[in-house]
Design a protein around this ligand. Sequence first.
Ligand SMILES: NC(=O)C1=CN([C@@H]2O[C@H](COP(=O)(O)OP(=O)(O)OC[C@H]3O[C@@H](n4cnc5c(N)ncnc54)[C@H](OP(=O)(O)O)[C@@H]3O)[C@@H](O)[C@H]2O)C=CC1
Ligand SMILES: O=C(O)CCC(=O)C(=O)O
Ligand SMILES: [Mg+2]
Length: 729
Amino acid sequence: MSDIIYTKVDEAPELASASFLPIIQKFAAAAGVSVGTKDISLAGRIISTFPEYLSEAQRQSDDLAELGRLVKTADANVIKLPNISASVPQLVAAVKELQSQGYALPDYPEAPKTDEEKAVRAKYDGLKGSAVNPVLREGNSDRRAAKAVKSFAQNNPHRMGDWTADSKTRVAFMSGGDFFSNEVSATLAKDATAKIVLETAAGEIVLKDAVSYPAGTVVDATFMSAAALDAFLADEIEKTKAEGTLFSLHMKATMMKVSDPIIFGHAVKAFLAPVFDKHGAAMTELGVNPNSGLGDLLARVKDNVAIMADIDACMASRPPMYMVDSDKGITNLHVPSDVIIDASMPALIRAGGKGWGPDGKESDTNCVIPDNSYAPVYDETIKFFKEHGKLNPATAGTVQNVGLMAQKAEEYGSHPTTFEIPEAGTVKMILDDGTVLHSHAVEAGDIWRSASARKAPIEDWVNLAIDRQKAEGCRAIFWLDAARAHDAELIAYVKPILEAKGVADKFEIMAPREATRASFETITKGETTIAITGNVLRDYLTDLFPILELATSAKMLSIVKLMNGGGLFETGAGGSAPKHVQQLVEENHLRWDSLGEFCALGESLTFLADAKGNEKARVLGAAVDAATQGILDNGHSPSRKVGEPDNRDSHYWFARYWAEALAAQTSDAELAAHFAPVAEALSANEEKITSELAAAQGAAADLGGYYHTDAAKTAAVMRPSQTLNAIIG
Ligand SMILES: NC(=O)C1=CN([C@@H]2O[C@H](COP(=O)(O)OP(=O)(O)OC[C@H]3O[C@@H](n4cnc5c(N)ncnc54)[C@H](OP(=O)(O)O)[C@@H]3O)[C@@H](O)[C@H]2O)C=CC1
Ligand SMILES: O=C(O)CCC(=O)C(=O)O
Ligand SMILES: [Mg+2]
């Protein structure tokens, strides 16, 4: 096993790796540090799941499973880039592309009937959504902006849209019948195995047999009422029209891969309610599944003139929709994975509460976030800006995050125990000793789910929070709502630990709405605060605050201190930026910023030095930090526009500053001697390299695929400077 594993992923970060990884490998080798790769891309995961359909040459090992084992050991040192968490349309597209490249994969069975189809479908379902992060995240999350990154943002503030008190933008959420209001929770006194059953008039349906929990696990159960959701959505569509704003829906259909696509499907049905009422049967016949979105729906009904006419008439009577791409007519409801709440809401808030409408113009927006558990965070943020005006990134302090994430904690681990209820009855969670832990009366179509958080991760999380607060000496708030069932159980863990460690006075506990306001008040004063949150708020806040403070969450330091002693270093807190690939393919400019990779690399090398006593790795790591600083100080981050320096230029500069720092350091003479000529060559050839890189831009680029690109073509596109390539070797 290599000293450091660098993950092979998808889309923009993978393109960036084609340019950056050869540099990392070359520099690391000089210090005897090996950097290997493991493929966790969507295409790679599909290929490794179906060996029986593929030729020997096409087969691939199951790298995700291997990494899943590695992260449970003290040896793990993994640099994890963002990967696609696939929605069904993305999965289907990736399969089609692989088939076109000669991979005889089975089609994705939309409506599996035979046993074989059901088996294939089950395998594909395992690849869906957030199938990678929960496997690798065997530790809790520490996300913050590195000091250099934060001060760069303060000295070079990005543009922010203005907020005015009369903005019509608002957040809409349910007032009852949702996951928030139906939640019940209990902490298990002893190890237990639970069975989840649905008791109906006709008998008992076993939804899930034998889920095991160790003693101390906090086990929640809740449901979203389909009837309440539908009434809410219909009402909000009407209200949006009356208010003259855009209708938008913000979900996490990728990570909440069972519950949220269903909620998304309800919104598609609500928006096209008259069409579904009239043509429901015909549409089902055509294979329409509202959960796959409007894009899939339109592709299936496009040849039916009557349905298409009624869709047009319905859309004309509806409020305008928030658009993903107004030029191409792609709406919020086209694909469930296009609008993902963690990134979409902060971008809209950064823009002053504006979304893009079908006319290609900015407009105030109704932001529909049905469940009330976390919607108040965005609601309060918007209220704060309406009262105080936009945040000033030049003077704003920072919100760091410590997130409970390990061992599939909370909602993000709930997929195997989430069910769309087939018929009315009572869902019961029954323990092996006969105790009925939780019970809910449900109707057909309700979405019932159970989430859990284990004792060891919860305690590790509280201890991580204590360490981080001690290191920063700043305000620290547990975002827990004493009135919410799950949070009350967590508070029962948190308080005694804080008291036992004598640090209770250093921490506050507040419900998300109050904590949101308190955090904005703190950073408005230029101060730092730590948000100590559950898994979903970890995700939401580590995009929200960075996007407001730094313009993007791509620049975040994202450390997962693995519970068994290893290190997982995530690059940034954002995703794989599909829009960046689109730009590269059209005009050969990659605006992806690798600052997240730079930060993660520095941490990984320092971790290697500490874990293995490898002093050369420490020197390399310190030089990475100097190079990162050099990129910031000298403005060599990628620009957004074609013809200007892009991701590849920033890698040249990174290599140069890294080599210069290594040549200049005095802790390791051998490394200094090795890198002196490299630094000199990079500096002497600056003009030549940057003009070779510039010459590559402008025309369309061929990667030989989207999900499964051609390695040689990608390398040719991403490494266009022969002079630089010759120096790197
Ligand atoms: N850790 C992980 O594995 C994660 C994976 N994802 C996955 O990523 C995909 C896309 O998700 P999405 O919600 O659109 O979020 P993204 O973070 O990928 O994109 C949102 C926007 O953020 C900006 N951005 C993100 N990263 C960078 C970067 N390195 N440099 C510059 N700008 C950046 C871009 O803005 P602009 O276009 O204005 O330049 C981009 O369009 C999905 O498949 C999702 O599942 C999402 C989050 C985390
Ligand atoms: O795993 C995913 O789908 C996304 C992860 C994410 O958004 C995050 O961790 O911030
Ligand atoms: Mg996120």
